[in-house]
Structure formats: structure tokens, C-alpha cells
Ligand binder design. Structure first.
Ligand code: ZN
Length: 658
């Protein structure tokens, strides 16, 4: 008799091996970290003896589930902001909160809670993408789960790196530190193509290939990504990613909701694997991923919960069930993605998606002992039919719940027995999570009522403050401006013609200030648009003050490029009122007596007005300089024949609203 450490016997053993062997009264023998034998209970008991024998009557013994895509520390942000569009959720809430709160302590706490939740749902291995991934790794290893853990790389500042170069270096150090760990596979995680540059992805590929570690990335999650990619690169997302060389590494692509047949061929060619995230895709209305087609195209597809802040849980049973059901609706075919296939995606194929197919994902001799025992006799799992051997798969996929998971073993170590977590105590962690929630609440409440801080948060923007001296007046016709431009004291440096589209976000409480979203379309002599630029201006609520009769020294403003679509800002700022305006603007940069001024001649198109307006303005930083420039403006007004009474002391928006 050969000695082993543990024997699980008497249960229905679902191996998920390539033959899908089932042993109705089966057993598994385990020594150290590894499965020594799998087969009928009688055979195993005849050949092996162990000090620890676990009788699993009325239970399923199956491989531990593989969560192919998540962001575990986000357990601490679960329920923070829901029922929002992905970009508003991500850029408007998650990223600003993360910039403020995410640090090693946050990641450790979130990972501890996330691992506990995953173990209770029968997960033994997961792919993670987050910040401070070496802290995620520490906790994962200590708790005893298997992880492919990706250090995030972004083109903008992240909680753990100021620049892409710094995050890449952090990834390298992380890989060096963890590359030989039995449980942790370090990985490089560029967040997504839209948050990367071509050069970044090239470097990520080089780093991953140098150490032969996987790359984790979100690809084609939203339709918008495909549209933007075609607009910016004249190429869909996947072919563009291929041009960066990234796909030469071992890539696990999450979501892939909008990939088409050609994209799938590219994935197949490069052995790129996919993580399917049905709940998060549905919740964010990203769409339904064409999973049936991916499988037909022989892609390796795993199933992932995605982060607990977007799902909002880490329950693989829910995810498997939804994957199976959703595929049928997507294909309009109830035979699509049968239960066994869905379970395969969460076990052996999931392990392949994580590039761990050789070591886990099925109950086979030589693989690590990563397994779970599931109660088959709970009320909702009854009764059982034997006519069709496939019934156990549909039982597990369509009826079983994560709460049926009794025991969990990973790497030969029990992580949960009789639903009791053995390697992690969450009592204290839950208390700490409550404290975090209070602090995050306070932060967001303060931020909600402060338009400027919302503006700064959304772009990670620099505040750039400018004061202006300016005058606005009505002139008889546009050509009047030439009496000024042709004057010998004036040198015209530059002239431009724009169509300007402004959207004002106004708030009931005027103390909140106002935000203007402006899109400038530069128009050439032929009337064709040559350049489009969008930016945001925040105006503080203090009243402008009159300065030197009719010339205004304007309130402080903060200006930032608007790199999100207008729709984003509408949903994000949630103004009490929005007001749209369109004008045709001719602009000259001039030197008047050696000082720089801007002259705008404006025709209001929407709402339409018959008058022609002129604005003369200059930037200034000191009161003394302002006085000097205001004098210049007054002299120019005289040249134009404008008296102080002609001056319009209102912004266009106020003209229309009064
Ligand atoms: Zn994700």
C-alpha cells in the first residue's frame, strides 16, 4: 500500500480531464501539493492509505474554480457607485477614489477580503489586475490561493506610479521578486489599449517575454473603444494591439465583447486567451461577448467575475450559470454553451486561459491538488437523475450555489473545511473595511459639492489659473475691426477662424461656479474644418469686478483639455441646467504697442442674434500689469469708436439667460 497524505472518497468525482471522466463513487489521493491518483473509490482504497480520509458521500469532488479576471482589492469599493456608464464609473468615481485611497495597506486589506470571498465560492486560482500587486501577492500567498497577478501599467499617473516608466519598473521588480513562487505567477498588466500608448504596449510585451510571464489586459470592452480606435488609428482595437507586438507575449484579454471574426483569428494565431465577464458586461451594458463563436474559432476562454466594484461579487457559480444562459440568448439557440462546456471554462480551460493548464484546472495525476467539495444534497440540488451522465454538469451549473461549497483545497492545503475559512480571519478586516467606507464617503461627499475638485479629479488635471482683462462691445459690422487691425500701432501675429460650440453646466447653487465645455472647430479659407479642439473651463462664482471703467478684470478660471466626450461630462457633472451656444468666431493675436492682445469678432449662431460682438482681451498676472493692459484696451476702443456705454458687461451666457 502506497502512503499518501489525504484521500477524498465516496463522492462523485468530476475530473474535467480531456475525457471528462466521471467516477460516481470515486476518490482522489493527494500527497504534498499534488494529486497522486484519481479513480473509482475501490481502486484508490486498495492501492493507497492515508492518515486523513475524507468521506464525501452525497458530494461532488471537482477542480477548484478559476476566476479568469478580477481586481480583488476593489472589495473595499464595492457598491460605491453603481448604475453608471463605464467611463463615468471608472474615470469619475473609481479612479479619483483610488488616487486618494489606494496604498499598500488598502490593497492588503481588500485582497484579504477578496480571497476569503473567493474561497467561499469555490475559487482556488484567479487572475488579478491592480496596483501594489506585490502586496496583493503577499496576501494571496499567505492565504494559500493560486494567482496570476498583474501589476497595472497606465499612461497616466496611478496610485503606485507617477508615470508609465515608473509603473513598468515596478512591474519588473515585482516579476523579479515573485517569478519562482509556487502559488503566484507575476504578470504585466497594461490596463487597456485606450489607456496605453503604442510604445507602452511594446515595452510591456518586451518585459513579459523577457521573463516569460503573462500579460493581462482589458480589450474591446465597449463599442466606443472600437469606434475610437478606427477613428484614431484607422484600425480596430485587436489589429492595432497586434501592431504594438503585445500579442507576441502570452496575453489574457478580458471582456472582448466587441471582437469580430477577424479579431478572433488574430487571437488564435497568437495564442491569446480570453476572460469572459458576463455579469460586469451586462451590468455596464457593454454588450454580450460572442463566446460561442470564440469557442468555435478554438479560442481558449475562461470565465471571470471582474472586480467586486463592478459585478458586485466574486461568486463564480453565478458567473458560470450566467455565461451558459447568456450564450443561448446571444446565439438564439438553447443548445449553445451547454453546462459541461461552461464548467470547463471555469476549470481546465480557465486554467489554460491563465497559462496554468499544465498545473491546475482538472483532477489528474501530477496536477496540483486544487479542488473543491460541493454538497449535492441541499434542497435546491434535489433530486438527482442518473439516466444521463451529463446531468451532474447541469446540476452544478444551473442549480448549485456557491454556498454549497463545503471544502476547498489549494496546493494540497485545506483553505476551507465545512465552510469555515482556515487560513484567513476576516473579523478584524471587515471592521477596517467599514472604516474605509466612512472615509471614502466623506471624500466623495466633499468632492460632490465642489465642481472644481470634480473637474480636477476627472482628468488628474493641473490647475491652471488665468486672469484676464477684457472688454466686450457691439460693433456695427464685422469689417469695423479692420480700423483697428490696419492701424500702424498694431501688428497682426496670427488670425484664425473658428466655429465654437459651447455647453454650459449650471448649478442651482451659484456658489458652485459653472463649467463650460467648448469645442472649437478651426475653419480654413474654403470653410473646411481643419482641427477640432475641446476644453473645459471652470469659472469661480465671485463676481467679475469692473476695472478702469468698462474694462473687466475677470474672475479666476481653470482651464483643462476635455479628453472625454461631452456626454461623459453631462453625466458626470449632473448640472441642474445645461445651456448650448454656437458662434462663429474670427480671432486675431496682435501686438498693440508691443503688448499681446487677442481680438475676437463673434456672430452668435445659436441662439441667433443680429449684433456683431467684439472682444479685446489679454492675460495678466498682477494688478499693476492689469492696469497697464486695461489702458491699452481703452485706447483700442477709442480707435474703434466704441464708447464705454457700448460695452457689454455680460458673458454671452448671461445675455441669453437674462
Ligand atoms: Zn476588469
Amino acid at each position: 500500500m502506497e502512503k499518501v497524505d489525504t484521500i477524498l472518497t465516496g463522492g462523485i468525482v468530476i475530473t474535467m480531464n480531456s475525457e471528462f471522466d466521471l467516477h460516481e463513487n470515486g476518490a482522489v489521493a493527494i500527497r504534498d501539493h499534488t494529486i497522486v491518483a484519481v479513480g473509482p473509490a475501490a481502486d484508490i482504497e486498495a492501492e493507497y492509505q492515508a492518515d486523513e480520509i475524507n468521506t464525501c458521500e452525497g458530494q461532488y469532488i471537482l477542480p477548484g474554480l478559476i476566476n479568469a479576471h478580477t481586481h480583488v482589492p476593489m472589495t473595499l469599493l464595492r457598491g460605491l457607485a453603481d448604475d453608471l456608464r463605464l467611463d463615468v464609473w471608472l474615470m469619475g468615481y473609481m479612479m479619483p477614489t483610488e488616487r486618494q485611497f489606494v496604498n499598500p495597506e488598502f490593497c492588503r486589506l481588500g485582497t484579504r477580503l477578496g480571497c476569503a470571498e473567493m474561497i467561499r465560492s469555490g475559487i482556488t486560482a484567479f487572475a488579478d489586475m491592480y496596483y501594489y500587486e506585490s502586496d496583493v501577492a503577499d496576501v494571496t500567498a499567505e492565504i494559500g490561493m493560486r494567482g496570476v497577478l498583474g501589476q497595472t501599467i497606465l499612461k497616466f499617473p496611478a496610485p503606485d506610479a507617477q508615470s508609465f516608466e515608473e509603473s513598468l519598473e515596478r512591474a519588473r521588480v515585482f516579476i523579479e521578486e515573485w517569478r519562482d513562487h509556487p502559488l503566484v505567477t507575476p504578470a504585466v498588466a497594461p490596463h487597456a489599449p485606450y489607456s496605453s500608448t503604442k510604445d507602452m504596449l511594446k515595452h510591456c510585451a518586451q518585459l513579459a517575454m523577457q521573463y516569460d510571464v503573462p500579460v493581462l489586459i482589458h480589450i474591446s470592452e465597449m463599442k466606443q473603444e472600437e469606434d475610437d480606435s478606427v477613428k484614431n488609428y484607422d484600425m480596430r482595437v485587436t489589429p492595432w494591439v497586434r501592431t504594438t507586438g503585445l500579442l507576441n507575449a502570452k496575453v489574457l484579454a478580458a471582456h472582448c465583447v466587441h471582437i469580430n471574426r477577424a479579431d478572433m483569428s488574430i487571437f488564435y494565431e497568437h495564442d491569446t486567451t480570453v476572460a469572459h465577464n458576463p455579469t460586469s458586461n451586462l451590468k455596464l451594458a457593454s454588450g454580450i461577448a460572442p463566446v460561442t463563436e470564440m469557442l468555435e474559432q478554438k479560442l481558449v476562454v475562461g470565465i471571470g467575475t471582474d472586480g467586486p466594484a463592478s459585478n458586485n461579487d466574486l461568486d463564480m457559480f453565478e458567473e458560470i450559470r450566467l455565461a451558459a444562459i447568456l450564450a443561448k440568448t446571444e446565439a438564439n439557440d438553447p443548445t449553445a454553451l451547454p453546462a459541461r462546456q461552461a464548467l470547463l471554462m471555469a476549470t481546465r480551460m480557465g486554467a489554460e486561459a491563465l497559462f496554468l493548464g499544465d498545473v491546475t484546472g482538472s483532477l489528474e495525476t501530477g496536477k496540483y491538488a486544487d479542488l473543491i467539495v460541493v454538497d449535492a444534497n441541499t434542497l435546491h440540488n434535489m433530486p438527482h437523475f442518473r439516466r444521463d451522465s451529463q446531468a451532474v454538469y447541469s446540476q452544478l451549473v444551473y442549480a448549485a450555489k456557491s454556498t454549497d461549497v463545503r471544502h476547498v483545497m489549494c496546493h494540497g492545503r485545506w483553505l476551507m473545511r465545512d465552510r469555515e475559512l482556515l487560513t484567513v480571519d476576516v473579523t478584524e478586516s471587515l471592521e477596517q473595511a467599514r472604516e474605509y467606507a466612512t472615509r471614502v464617503d466623506d471624500f466623495l461627499i466633499a468632492h460632490e459639492n465642489d465642481v472644481l475638485s470634480k473637474l480636477v479629479a476627472v482628468g488628474g488635471l493641473e490647475r491652471s489659473e488665468s486672469f484676464e482683462v477684457q472688454v466686450k462691445a457691439i460693433i456695427p459690422e464685422a469689417a469695423t475691426v479692420h480700423t483697428l487691425l490696419d492701424h500702424p500701432d498694431v501688428e497682426v501675429l496670427r488670425d484664425v477662424h473658428y466655429r465654437q460650440y459651447d455647453t454650459y453646466f449650471l448649478f442651482n447653487d451659484p456658489d458652485m461656479g459653472r463649467v463650460r465645455y467648448r469645442e472649437d472647430e478651426r475653419v480654413d479659407e474654403k470653410g473646411e474644418v481643419t482641427e477640432v479642439r475641446a476644453r473645459l473651463t471652470f469659472t469661480m462664482p465671485e463676481k467679475e469686478r469692473e476695472f478702469n471703467s468698462a474694462v473687466l478684470l475677470s474672475h479666476s478660471r481653470f482651464i483643462a483639455p476635455a479628453d472625454r466626450p461631452l456626454r461623459f461630462y453631462k453625466e458626470y457633472f449632473q448640472a441642474s441646467e445645461t445651456f448650448e451656444m454656437e458662434k462663429d468666431r474670427s480671432r486675431w493675436h496682435i501686438h498693440y504697442q508691443g503688448v499681446l492682445y487677442y481680438i475676437n469678432v463673434d456672430k452668435m449662431v445659436k441662439p441667433a442674434r443680429s449684433e456683431t460682438f467684439i472682444e479685446i482681451k489679454s492675460r495678466t498676472w498682477s494688478l499693476e500689469d492689469a492696469e497697464h493692459k486695461a489702458d491699452g484696451i481703452r485706447r483700442m476702443m477709442e480707435l474703434l469708436g466704441i464708447s464705454a456705454q457700448d460695452a457689454v458687461q455680460q458673458e454671452y451666457i448671461d445675455m441669453h439667460r437674462s
